[in-house]
Design a binder for this molecule. Sequence first.
Ligand SMILES: Nc1ncnc2c1ncn2[C@@H]1O[C@H](COP(=O)(O)OP(=O)(O)OP(=O)(O)O)[C@@H](O)[C@H]1O
Length: 376
Amino acid sequence: MTAVNDVLSGASTAQSLVLDRLYKTYESRGRESFRAVRGLDLEIEPGEMVALLGPSGCGKTTTLRMIAGLETVTSGDIRIGGASVADLPARRRNIGVGFESYALYPPLSVRENLAYGLKARKAKDVRQRVDVLAERLGMTELLDLRPAGLSSGQKQRIALARALIRNPPVLLLDEPLSHLDASQRQRVRRELKVLQREFGYTTIVVTHDQLEALSLADRMAVMDGGVIRQFGTPDEIFDDPANLFVADFVGEPKINLIEGTVRAHGDRVTVQVGQSGELLTAARSAADGQRVTVGVRPQDCRTGIGAEATVLRGEIRVYENLLEFGQATVILPGTDTPITVQTAPGDHWSHGDTIRFDAHPERVYLFDPESGERLR
Ligand SMILES: Nc1ncnc2c1ncn2[C@@H]1O[C@H](COP(=O)(O)OP(=O)(O)OP(=O)(O)O)[C@@H](O)[C@H]1O
Protein backbone atom coordinates (compact mmCIF):
# COMPACT_ATOMS: atom_id res chain seq x y z
CA MET A 1 0.00 0.00 0.00
CA THR A 2 1.25 3.49 -0.76
CA ALA A 3 2.35 5.17 2.43
CA VAL A 4 -0.62 7.22 3.43
CA ASN A 5 1.53 10.04 4.65
CA ASP A 6 3.10 10.47 1.21
CA VAL A 7 -0.20 10.69 -0.58
CA LEU A 8 -2.28 12.57 1.93
CA SER A 9 0.45 14.94 2.98
CA GLY A 10 0.19 18.63 2.37
CA ALA A 11 -1.76 19.37 5.50
CA SER A 12 -1.44 22.82 6.86
CA THR A 13 0.33 22.73 10.19
CA ALA A 14 -1.93 22.29 13.19
CA GLN A 15 -3.59 25.48 14.36
CA SER A 16 -5.32 26.59 17.49
CA LEU A 17 -9.04 27.41 17.46
CA VAL A 18 -10.40 29.99 19.87
CA LEU A 19 -14.00 31.02 20.47
CA ASP A 20 -14.11 34.30 22.35
CA ARG A 21 -17.38 35.43 24.02
CA LEU A 22 -19.37 34.08 21.11
CA TYR A 23 -23.07 34.98 20.89
CA LYS A 24 -25.76 34.02 18.42
CA THR A 25 -29.24 35.50 18.52
CA TYR A 26 -31.74 34.30 15.93
CA GLU A 27 -34.16 37.02 14.85
CA SER A 28 -37.25 35.91 13.01
CA ARG A 29 -40.00 38.23 11.93
CA GLY A 30 -43.12 38.12 14.12
CA ARG A 31 -41.38 36.00 16.75
CA GLU A 32 -39.30 36.78 19.78
CA SER A 33 -35.58 36.71 19.17
CA PHE A 34 -33.82 33.62 20.50
CA ARG A 35 -30.36 33.54 22.06
CA ALA A 36 -29.03 30.14 20.97
CA VAL A 37 -25.39 30.78 22.01
CA ARG A 38 -24.72 33.02 25.01
CA GLY A 39 -21.12 34.07 25.52
CA LEU A 40 -19.28 30.89 24.69
CA ASP A 41 -15.54 30.69 25.41
CA LEU A 42 -13.43 27.79 24.21
CA GLU A 43 -9.69 27.41 23.55
CA ILE A 44 -8.64 24.38 21.56
CA GLU A 45 -4.96 23.49 21.22
CA PRO A 46 -3.43 22.87 17.80
CA GLY A 47 -4.15 19.28 16.75
CA GLU A 48 -6.54 18.63 19.60
CA MET A 49 -9.86 16.82 19.25
CA VAL A 50 -12.73 18.19 21.29
CA ALA A 51 -16.16 16.60 21.62
CA LEU A 52 -19.12 18.94 22.07
CA LEU A 53 -21.81 17.26 24.16
CA GLY A 54 -25.14 18.53 25.33
CA PRO A 55 -28.90 18.05 25.12
CA SER A 56 -30.87 18.76 21.99
CA GLY A 57 -31.23 22.49 21.36
CA CYS A 58 -28.29 23.59 23.53
CA GLY A 59 -26.58 25.30 20.58
CA LYS A 60 -24.02 22.75 19.35
CA THR A 61 -24.90 22.93 15.66
CA THR A 62 -25.25 26.70 15.78
CA THR A 63 -21.73 26.92 17.22
CA LEU A 64 -20.26 24.69 14.48
CA ARG A 65 -22.09 26.64 11.79
CA MET A 66 -20.69 29.93 13.06
CA ILE A 67 -17.15 28.51 13.04
CA ALA A 68 -17.67 27.16 9.52
CA GLY A 69 -18.98 30.53 8.33
CA LEU A 70 -22.43 29.18 7.49
CA GLU A 71 -24.09 31.35 10.14
CA THR A 72 -23.30 34.95 11.06
CA VAL A 73 -21.86 35.74 14.48
CA THR A 74 -24.01 38.12 16.56
CA SER A 75 -21.01 39.14 18.66
CA GLY A 76 -17.67 37.77 19.80
CA ASP A 77 -14.78 36.40 17.80
CA ILE A 78 -13.49 33.19 16.22
CA ARG A 79 -9.71 32.87 15.76
CA ILE A 80 -7.81 30.18 13.88
CA GLY A 81 -4.06 30.18 14.49
CA GLY A 82 -4.47 33.54 16.22
CA ALA A 83 -6.18 35.28 13.26
CA SER A 84 -9.82 36.30 13.34
CA VAL A 85 -11.98 34.53 10.74
CA ALA A 86 -15.36 35.82 11.96
CA ASP A 87 -15.71 38.14 8.96
CA LEU A 88 -14.30 35.79 6.32
CA PRO A 89 -16.66 33.97 3.95
CA ALA A 90 -16.90 30.19 4.53
CA ARG A 91 -14.74 29.25 1.52
CA ARG A 92 -11.81 31.33 2.79
CA ARG A 93 -11.72 29.77 6.25
CA ASN A 94 -10.04 26.56 5.12
CA ILE A 95 -12.18 24.37 7.36
CA GLY A 96 -13.23 20.79 6.62
CA VAL A 97 -16.91 20.36 7.35
CA GLY A 98 -18.73 17.04 7.76
CA PHE A 99 -22.33 17.86 8.60
CA GLU A 100 -25.43 15.69 8.54
CA SER A 101 -26.77 17.28 5.38
CA TYR A 102 -24.64 15.35 2.95
CA ALA A 103 -24.92 17.73 -0.02
CA LEU A 104 -23.31 15.42 -2.56
CA TYR A 105 -23.62 16.40 -6.21
CA PRO A 106 -26.01 13.83 -7.72
CA PRO A 107 -24.65 13.77 -11.31
CA LEU A 108 -21.10 13.07 -10.11
CA SER A 109 -19.71 9.71 -9.02
CA VAL A 110 -18.49 9.35 -5.46
CA ARG A 111 -14.91 9.64 -6.74
CA GLU A 112 -15.76 12.88 -8.56
CA ASN A 113 -17.55 14.18 -5.49
CA LEU A 114 -14.44 13.57 -3.40
CA ALA A 115 -12.11 15.04 -6.02
CA TYR A 116 -14.28 18.13 -6.40
CA GLY A 117 -12.40 20.20 -3.84
CA LEU A 118 -9.01 19.16 -5.28
CA LYS A 119 -9.56 20.36 -8.83
CA ALA A 120 -6.48 22.56 -8.90
CA ARG A 121 -4.13 19.63 -8.39
CA LYS A 122 -2.61 17.18 -10.87
CA ALA A 123 -5.07 14.46 -11.92
CA LYS A 124 -2.76 11.64 -10.84
CA ASP A 125 -2.31 13.11 -7.36
CA VAL A 126 -6.04 13.60 -7.00
CA ARG A 127 -6.75 10.00 -8.00
CA GLN A 128 -4.18 8.63 -5.56
CA ARG A 129 -5.38 10.77 -2.73
CA VAL A 130 -9.01 9.69 -3.21
CA ASP A 131 -7.94 6.03 -3.43
CA VAL A 132 -5.88 6.12 -0.25
CA LEU A 133 -8.50 7.92 1.81
CA ALA A 134 -11.27 5.62 0.53
CA GLU A 135 -9.23 2.61 1.51
CA ARG A 136 -8.57 4.00 4.96
CA LEU A 137 -12.28 4.58 5.51
CA GLY A 138 -13.27 1.20 3.99
CA MET A 139 -15.25 2.66 1.10
CA THR A 140 -13.26 1.77 -2.00
CA GLU A 141 -16.24 -0.14 -3.44
CA LEU A 142 -18.32 3.05 -3.39
CA LEU A 143 -16.01 5.18 -5.54
CA ASP A 144 -17.61 4.50 -8.92
CA LEU A 145 -21.22 4.73 -7.74
CA ARG A 146 -23.47 7.76 -7.88
CA PRO A 147 -24.99 9.21 -4.69
CA ALA A 148 -28.60 8.33 -5.60
CA GLY A 149 -29.51 5.03 -4.04
CA LEU A 150 -26.68 4.96 -1.52
CA SER A 151 -27.62 4.20 2.07
CA SER A 152 -27.42 6.93 4.69
CA GLY A 153 -24.42 5.14 6.26
CA GLN A 154 -22.60 5.12 2.90
CA LYS A 155 -23.37 8.80 2.31
CA GLN A 156 -22.11 9.59 5.77
CA ARG A 157 -18.73 7.97 5.11
CA ILE A 158 -18.48 9.91 1.85
CA ALA A 159 -19.29 13.17 3.67
CA LEU A 160 -16.53 12.39 6.16
CA ALA A 161 -14.05 11.60 3.39
CA ARG A 162 -14.96 14.85 1.67
CA ALA A 163 -14.29 16.80 4.85
CA LEU A 164 -10.88 15.12 5.19
CA ILE A 165 -9.69 15.10 1.59
CA ARG A 166 -8.09 18.55 1.59
CA ASN A 167 -6.34 17.97 4.90
CA PRO A 168 -7.88 21.01 6.51
CA PRO A 169 -6.17 22.48 9.57
CA VAL A 170 -9.59 22.66 11.27
CA LEU A 171 -12.22 19.96 11.01
CA LEU A 172 -15.83 20.26 12.17
CA LEU A 173 -17.92 17.10 12.38
CA ASP A 174 -21.60 16.98 13.33
CA GLU A 175 -22.68 13.46 14.31
CA PRO A 176 -20.24 11.93 11.79
CA LEU A 177 -20.94 8.29 12.61
CA SER A 178 -24.63 8.33 13.55
CA HIS A 179 -25.86 6.34 10.55
CA LEU A 180 -23.16 3.66 10.58
CA ASP A 181 -23.82 0.15 11.84
CA ALA A 182 -21.86 -1.08 14.86
CA SER A 183 -18.92 -2.65 13.02
CA GLN A 184 -18.50 0.20 10.52
CA ARG A 185 -18.77 2.67 13.31
CA GLN A 186 -15.92 1.07 15.21
CA ARG A 187 -13.71 0.93 12.12
CA VAL A 188 -14.40 4.48 10.96
CA ARG A 189 -14.06 5.83 14.50
CA ARG A 190 -10.64 4.24 14.88
CA GLU A 191 -9.51 5.41 11.44
CA LEU A 192 -10.74 8.93 12.10
CA LYS A 193 -8.71 9.05 15.30
CA VAL A 194 -5.59 7.72 13.56
CA LEU A 195 -5.89 10.20 10.66
CA GLN A 196 -6.52 13.04 13.07
CA ARG A 197 -3.39 12.14 15.07
CA GLU A 198 -1.28 11.74 11.92
CA PHE A 199 -2.31 15.01 10.34
CA GLY A 200 -3.12 17.07 13.40
CA TYR A 201 -6.49 18.42 12.33
CA THR A 202 -7.78 20.60 15.13
CA THR A 203 -11.20 19.01 15.45
CA ILE A 204 -14.58 19.63 17.02
CA VAL A 205 -16.96 16.71 16.89
CA VAL A 206 -20.58 16.96 17.98
CA THR A 207 -22.03 13.70 19.17
CA HIS A 208 -24.94 12.37 21.21
CA ASP A 209 -23.02 9.19 21.86
CA GLN A 210 -21.00 9.43 25.07
CA LEU A 211 -18.91 6.38 24.27
CA GLU A 212 -17.99 7.98 20.95
CA ALA A 213 -17.02 11.19 22.72
CA LEU A 214 -14.91 9.28 25.24
CA SER A 215 -13.12 7.26 22.59
CA LEU A 216 -12.43 10.16 20.23
CA ALA A 217 -11.90 13.24 22.31
CA ASP A 218 -8.83 14.60 24.05
CA ARG A 219 -11.16 16.98 25.89
CA MET A 220 -14.92 17.32 26.13
CA ALA A 221 -17.02 20.48 26.33
CA VAL A 222 -20.41 19.94 27.96
CA MET A 223 -22.91 22.55 26.78
CA ASP A 224 -26.25 23.63 28.15
CA GLY A 225 -28.45 26.59 27.20
CA GLY A 226 -25.89 28.12 24.84
CA VAL A 227 -22.92 28.05 27.24
CA ILE A 228 -20.22 25.57 28.21
CA ARG A 229 -20.83 24.13 31.67
CA GLN A 230 -17.50 22.27 31.88
CA PHE A 231 -14.48 21.74 29.64
CA GLY A 232 -11.95 19.05 30.51
CA THR A 233 -10.54 15.63 29.77
CA PRO A 234 -13.07 12.79 29.82
CA ASP A 235 -11.63 11.71 33.20
CA GLU A 236 -12.01 15.19 34.67
CA ILE A 237 -15.59 15.48 33.44
CA PHE A 238 -16.52 12.04 34.77
CA ASP A 239 -14.55 12.00 38.03
CA ASP A 240 -14.78 15.66 38.97
CA PRO A 241 -18.05 17.14 37.67
CA ALA A 242 -18.25 20.89 38.24
CA ASN A 243 -22.01 21.01 38.68
CA LEU A 244 -25.22 19.02 38.86
CA PHE A 245 -25.92 19.42 35.16
CA VAL A 246 -22.62 17.87 34.07
CA ALA A 247 -22.84 15.09 36.69
CA ASP A 248 -26.33 14.21 35.50
CA PHE A 249 -25.63 14.51 31.77
CA VAL A 250 -22.39 12.53 31.55
CA GLY A 251 -22.26 8.88 32.62
CA GLU A 252 -23.98 5.64 31.77
CA PRO A 253 -25.87 4.45 33.76
CA LYS A 254 -26.87 7.83 35.10
CA ILE A 255 -25.56 9.13 38.40
CA ASN A 256 -27.90 8.74 41.41
CA LEU A 257 -29.08 12.10 42.72
CA ILE A 258 -30.61 12.03 46.19
CA GLU A 259 -31.72 14.79 48.55
CA GLY A 260 -29.86 14.83 51.87
CA THR A 261 -28.80 16.88 54.90
CA VAL A 262 -25.23 17.61 55.92
CA ARG A 263 -24.05 16.40 59.35
CA ALA A 264 -20.72 17.77 60.51
CA HIS A 265 -19.14 15.61 63.24
CA GLY A 266 -15.87 17.33 64.16
CA ASP A 267 -13.59 16.88 61.18
CA ARG A 268 -15.90 14.39 59.44
CA VAL A 269 -18.70 15.45 57.15
CA THR A 270 -21.44 12.98 56.41
CA VAL A 271 -24.70 13.39 54.64
CA GLN A 272 -27.91 11.94 55.98
CA VAL A 273 -30.20 10.48 53.31
CA GLY A 274 -33.83 10.15 54.48
CA GLN A 275 -34.07 7.35 57.03
CA SER A 276 -31.66 5.26 55.05
CA GLY A 277 -28.36 6.16 56.73
CA GLU A 278 -25.34 8.36 56.16
CA LEU A 279 -22.58 8.61 53.58
CA LEU A 280 -19.14 9.94 54.38
CA THR A 281 -17.99 12.65 51.97
CA ALA A 282 -14.76 14.48 51.29
CA ALA A 283 -16.67 17.73 50.67
CA ARG A 284 -15.80 20.26 53.35
CA SER A 285 -17.58 23.42 52.28
CA ALA A 286 -21.05 22.28 53.32
CA ALA A 287 -22.42 23.51 56.66
CA ASP A 288 -24.09 21.41 59.36
CA GLY A 289 -27.82 21.11 58.61
CA GLN A 290 -27.48 22.30 55.00
CA ARG A 291 -29.80 20.66 52.47
CA VAL A 292 -27.83 19.24 49.57
CA THR A 293 -28.21 17.05 46.53
CA VAL A 294 -25.93 14.04 46.83
CA GLY A 295 -24.50 12.44 43.69
CA VAL A 296 -23.21 8.86 43.70
CA ARG A 297 -22.48 6.93 40.52
CA PRO A 298 -23.83 3.35 40.36
CA GLN A 299 -20.29 2.13 39.56
CA ASP A 300 -18.94 3.76 42.72
CA CYS A 301 -21.32 1.99 45.12
CA ARG A 302 -19.53 -0.52 47.34
CA THR A 303 -21.72 -3.30 48.67
CA GLY A 304 -21.27 -6.05 51.22
CA ILE A 305 -20.24 -3.63 53.93
CA GLY A 306 -20.79 -4.81 57.49
CA ALA A 307 -20.40 -1.53 59.33
CA GLU A 308 -23.53 0.25 60.51
CA ALA A 309 -22.21 3.81 60.29
CA THR A 310 -21.85 5.82 57.09
CA VAL A 311 -23.69 3.26 55.03
CA LEU A 312 -26.98 3.51 53.18
CA ARG A 313 -29.51 0.73 53.40
CA GLY A 314 -32.45 -0.03 51.14
CA GLU A 315 -34.62 -2.71 49.64
CA ILE A 316 -33.94 -4.18 46.24
CA ARG A 317 -36.89 -3.71 43.93
CA VAL A 318 -35.30 -5.22 40.82
CA TYR A 319 -32.04 -7.13 40.44
CA GLU A 320 -30.51 -7.63 36.99
CA ASN A 321 -27.64 -10.03 36.42
CA LEU A 322 -25.65 -8.46 33.56
CA LEU A 323 -22.87 -11.11 33.70
CA GLU A 324 -19.92 -8.77 34.10
CA PHE A 325 -21.67 -7.18 37.07
CA GLY A 326 -25.12 -6.94 38.61
CA GLN A 327 -27.40 -3.96 38.78
CA ALA A 328 -29.80 -3.47 41.67
CA THR A 329 -32.60 -0.93 41.71
CA VAL A 330 -32.92 0.03 45.35
CA ILE A 331 -35.59 1.98 47.22
CA LEU A 332 -34.27 3.82 50.27
CA PRO A 333 -36.65 4.07 53.26
CA GLY A 334 -38.35 7.44 53.46
CA THR A 335 -37.77 8.14 49.75
CA ASP A 336 -39.45 7.00 46.58
CA THR A 337 -36.54 7.65 44.22
CA PRO A 338 -35.05 4.45 42.79
CA ILE A 339 -31.28 4.24 43.23
CA THR A 340 -29.08 2.21 40.90
CA VAL A 341 -26.34 0.21 42.60
CA GLN A 342 -23.80 -1.74 40.58
CA THR A 343 -22.87 -4.96 42.38
CA ALA A 344 -19.89 -7.26 42.02
CA PRO A 345 -20.03 -10.22 39.64
CA GLY A 346 -20.85 -13.41 41.52
CA ASP A 347 -22.97 -11.60 44.11
CA HIS A 348 -26.43 -13.04 43.99
CA TRP A 349 -28.97 -10.56 45.16
CA SER A 350 -32.72 -10.97 44.82
CA HIS A 351 -35.83 -8.90 44.77
CA GLY A 352 -36.79 -7.95 48.35
CA ASP A 353 -33.26 -8.27 49.85
CA THR A 354 -31.95 -5.49 52.03
CA ILE A 355 -28.69 -4.12 50.62
CA ARG A 356 -26.14 -1.90 52.35
CA PHE A 357 -23.75 0.22 50.38
CA ASP A 358 -21.44 3.19 50.58
CA ALA A 359 -18.92 4.87 48.27
CA HIS A 360 -15.42 6.21 48.66
CA PRO A 361 -15.76 9.67 50.28
CA GLU A 362 -14.03 11.25 47.25
CA ARG A 363 -16.79 9.80 45.06
CA VAL A 364 -19.68 11.17 47.12
CA TYR A 365 -20.40 14.51 45.42
CA LEU A 366 -22.44 17.25 47.06
CA PHE A 367 -24.27 19.94 45.08
CA ASP A 368 -26.16 23.06 46.07
CA PRO A 369 -29.77 22.15 45.14
CA GLU A 370 -30.53 25.77 44.15
CA SER A 371 -27.53 26.76 42.03
CA GLY A 372 -26.48 23.23 41.05
CA GLU A 373 -22.85 24.13 41.83
CA ARG A 374 -20.59 21.54 43.38
CA LEU A 375 -19.79 21.89 47.11
CA ARG A 376 -16.20 20.82 47.62
N1 LIG B 1 -32.47 29.45 11.98
C1 LIG B 1 -32.97 29.45 13.23
N2 LIG B 1 -33.89 30.36 13.61
C2 LIG B 1 -34.39 30.38 14.88
N3 LIG B 1 -34.00 29.52 15.85
C3 LIG B 1 -33.08 28.58 15.52
C4 LIG B 1 -32.52 28.49 14.20
N4 LIG B 1 -31.62 27.47 14.18
C5 LIG B 1 -31.64 26.94 15.43
N5 LIG B 1 -32.51 27.60 16.23
C6 LIG B 1 -32.78 27.35 17.66
O1 LIG B 1 -31.56 27.50 18.37
C7 LIG B 1 -31.44 26.50 19.38
C8 LIG B 1 -30.14 25.75 19.22
O2 LIG B 1 -30.21 24.95 18.05
P1 LIG B 1 -29.01 24.00 17.60
O3 LIG B 1 -29.42 23.32 16.34
O4 LIG B 1 -27.75 24.78 17.59
O5 LIG B 1 -28.99 22.98 18.81
P2 LIG B 1 -28.23 21.58 18.94
O6 LIG B 1 -27.61 21.59 20.28
O7 LIG B 1 -27.36 21.36 17.77
O8 LIG B 1 -29.44 20.55 18.92
P3 LIG B 1 -29.52 19.05 18.30
O9 LIG B 1 -28.67 18.21 19.20
O10 LIG B 1 -30.97 18.75 18.41
O11 LIG B 1 -29.02 19.16 16.90
C9 LIG B 1 -32.67 25.62 19.27
O12 LIG B 1 -33.61 26.03 20.24
C10 LIG B 1 -33.19 25.90 17.88
O13 LIG B 1 -34.60 25.77 17.83
